[in-house]
Design a binder for this molecule. Structure first.
Ligand code: FES
Ligand code: FES
Length: 158
């Protein structure tokens, strides 16, 4: 039997009727067409599916959509809602060469946003710890760490 859900995603309210076993990742990608959030391992190991739920980072592949009924979801699409002005984290990823194939990027950026929301001046060790749940097969991580440090600089209150 389908379940009625209300999800607020990037500030927009969606009323959905879904099977109760569907994951948040499936609902974001297949029902709401928010395909910026990727599905990698599907088992909580790679971080490609990271989104924020009520401000906390979660693996959307391991989260039942029904369990986030009524909550605020933030996905990578919400970082640049106009599609023109990138979020400072996104700008820094581009400027620091922190994107190669791009598969990990949305999850990395959401983890970075979560980290910088709690610590606006993280050192390298804290950045590496903050991204430790996100795997990248391409970049060797150094550019990603540099990008997050650069984003922290950009976002520093003046
Ligand atoms: S797809 Fe969710 S952690 Fe890998
Ligand atoms: S850029 Fe390819 S997996 Fe990270």
């Amino acid at each position: 039997m389908k379940q009625l859900l209300t999800l607020r995603v990037n500030g927009i309210t969606h009323e959905l009727s879904i099977d109760p076993w569907r994951t948040l990742n499936e609902v974001l990608r297949d029902e709401l067409n928010l395909t910026g959030t990727k599905l990698g391992c599907g088992s909580g190991d790679c971080g490609a599916c990271t989104v924020l739920v009520d401000g906390r980072s979660v693996s959307s592949c391991l989260t039942l959509a029904a369990s986030v009924d009524g909550k605020e979801i933030a996905t990578v699409e919400g970082l640049a809602p106009s599609g023109e002005q990138l979020h400072p984290v996104q700008e820094s990823f581009v400027e620091n060469g922190a994107i190669q194939c791009g598969f990990c990027t949305a999850g990395m950026e959401m983890s970075a946003v979560y980290l910088l929301g709690r610590n606006n001046a993280p050192d390298e060790e804290q950045i590496r710890a903050g991204l430790s749940g996100n795997l990248c097969r391409c970049t060797g991580y150094n550019q990603i760490v540099e990008a997050v440090a650069a984003a922290a600089e950009k976002m520093k209150p003046s």
